[in-house]
Design a protein. Sequence first.
Lengths: 222, 222
Amino acid sequence: MFTKVLIADDIDFNDVGAAQVLKELGVQEVQYSKYCDDALLKLKRAALDGVPFDLLVSDLSFKSDHQINQLNSGQELTRAVKSLFPELKVIVFSIEDRSHCIKALFDDLKINGYVLKGRNTMYDLKVAVQKAFLNQPNNVSAELWSLMQENPTTEIDAYDIILMKKLSLGVSQEQMEQVLKLEGVTPNSKSSIEKHLNKLKIYFQANNSVHLVAIAKDLGII
Amino acid sequence: MFTKVLIADDIDFNDVGAAQVLKELGVQEVQYSKYCDDALLKLKRAALDGVPFDLLVSDLSFKSDHQINQLNSGQELTRAVKSLFPELKVIVFSIEDRSHCIKALFDDLKINGYVLKGRNTMYDLKVAVQKAFLNQPNNVSAELWSLMQENPTTEIDAYDIILMKKLSLGVSQEQMEQVLKLEGVTPNSKSSIEKHLNKLKIYFQANNSVHLVAIAKDLGII
DNA sequence: AGTTACATTACGGTTTCCCGTAACCGAAGG
DNA sequence: CCTTCGGTTACGGGAAACCGTAATGTAACT
């Protein structure tokens, strides 16, 4: 089993539960970080001292407070960690249940497991740690796996998200053309913008732009 | 100190932390519910059996799963609980940090304390339970209290919220007149609707309706 | 009754959005 | 070389939103 594990989560309550699970699994040493930067620092320090961690369990969202942090999300932390210590296993641990977000974690960041915070976290985390240790794939709970198989938002690309994001920030379709040109985003003609938004309205069954943005916000896309 | 406490939270991890805090405070008996309906049932049963709970610690958001529940949020649970057992103390326990949401809990639902899930949950919960037991007011952490003092939404009334809600559901301003008349909401002329929306746009510094709805959604007003 | 103050309606003009149609352009393939 | 196809761009007409101004209604006070 892993011998030295770091838990990164800004909600202190979770430490207690995670610690209990890891202890049951026979992990020798468990440390905690409430901030991403602090987590990275601890990992670096341990590596320098010749006593590296062999597993990171990290949340995704970290609330910002008075402390100023370079890294502000589990994604950023994982990216940094994986580039510095490619051999370090990472399990992500969050309430995020949107399949495309989780898929991106596996595909882009090469994480070694995902645990959905919910009613079976204790059990799921236990299984995930064991699977990660044994290098077993498909390291998500069954219910989540089925969710990831459906691909509801595959047809929505980065461009669409930019459009909706700008709309939600008050950019009119008139201004959109100028804004996109300024930022070098293409396509940027009024016509294309209208076409893409129209596609999105059909896709999400929105009556108009206001409705579309409201839906996108509800889905957490923007 | 309280003798019998129920914790309602769909994330099992939190139970461990909460249990530890309550134990430190000398609470005799702690029970858990992962569903709102189950929580209400436990409270009713205990009251019937003559051994009622004297504190409920509840989360706000409960994820839905295969189980079909009547109550699906901490708000609904609290409302039901307070009407059945007005004397039962309730502490809400959530990551929700929008001031008007928390304010509404105190004002409308008469909760006895609010704990923000974050980096000091263990301490905050401890203090909140003690304060609730001693009937002390202002039962929120200092940082949250300052947030609640700003009153950004006092001039926004129920009518405004209806308007924005309908907008976000895809009702056009054209249709709005008919819809409001159907529902007996007044004023309901195109002109008044425009005027009110205009006031809201100025108030929230929104460029247009899309922007307005996005802002309202961010603030949790709709 | 008359006046004032305020909110709701009514109406018209301008801008923006919406939704067609059509032209353009580059890539893939016969 | 030409055709097809997917996507971008261009333009125009009708609908909706936006933003004035003016009329009407209503409640309070003199």
